[in-house]
Design a protein around this ligand. Sequence first.
Ligand code: PPE
Length: 305
Amino acid sequence: MVEKAKSIWLDGKFIPWDEARIHILTHSLHYGLGVFEGIRAYHCTDGRTAVFRLPEHIRRLFDSAHVMQMDIPFSPAAVEEACCEILRVNQQKEAYLRPLAFVGEGVMGLHPQNNPVQLAIISWVWGAYLGDEGIKKGIRGKISSFARHHVNVMMTKAKTTGNYVNSIMAKREATQLGFDEAIMLDTDGYVAEASGENIFVVRDGLLKTPPLTAVLPGITRDSILELAQDLGIPVKEDIFSRDELYLADEAFLTGTAAEVTPLREVDGRAIGAGTPGPITSKLQAAYFAVVKGENASYQKWLTYV
Ligand code: PPE
């Protein structure tokens, strides 16, 4: 259960958590056209609270809305400010923020031209997405029988609510079979991403991640690519196959919720020694130092509340 906070921001107003309700005719509920973000605010080592890469997340929210032809009736600056304000109102030192733009009541059917676009921002406390044990020791992944979206079926650069039906099916399949997470191949058969994370592999010191053609342009992915370059780790954005993943020395998943979670096994094959490898551990430590405000060179990624 999500632990209730005091308020939820809805269409420009703070309302009590339990009163943030919508009508059953809300268009998005029927057809899956909504766009959202997942953002983390961290309790920094110096005691302050900082939102990680807030402008980049809000930009992606507006990009998603643009692709989906939804006009969010607030400016990006106003949404950024509302994200900070909800943390203050809810007195949360650390939280996960969920801006969600959706199509409200009006006409039904597939052409909701004049239905209002509504915007909610929810904040709740969310621990390690793939478990405390998973983030330390690594998780067990399974290649999904469900393919990731084709570029011309769902728009993968948009974080659209309906896209996640595909993720839910994959995640359910993987967990029902006793695995922690689903790893999805694209429609050409190459490794794409996990149900809610981007994926990286390491072999002979080279860090590799699939190109952005048909995966969500992850902000954690982007952060890891920049951190790796700074640490002198060679990186390459390139397609790779399922057996290349099996043969990786190291592999890990990245996402706002999942942060940097090592993969210790895929389809019953140990990845490397079956424990988080040195490059994974180095990048994970670097990521946590940055989000907690411990790295002076990366203050640019923090918005203090
Ligand atoms: N791919 C997918 C499909 C995805 O959902 C996410 C985020 C990413 C990659 C990584 O993106 P980024 O967070 O910008 O690094 N998944 C979000 C949803 C989690 C949920 O269960 O809800 C998240 O991590 O917030």
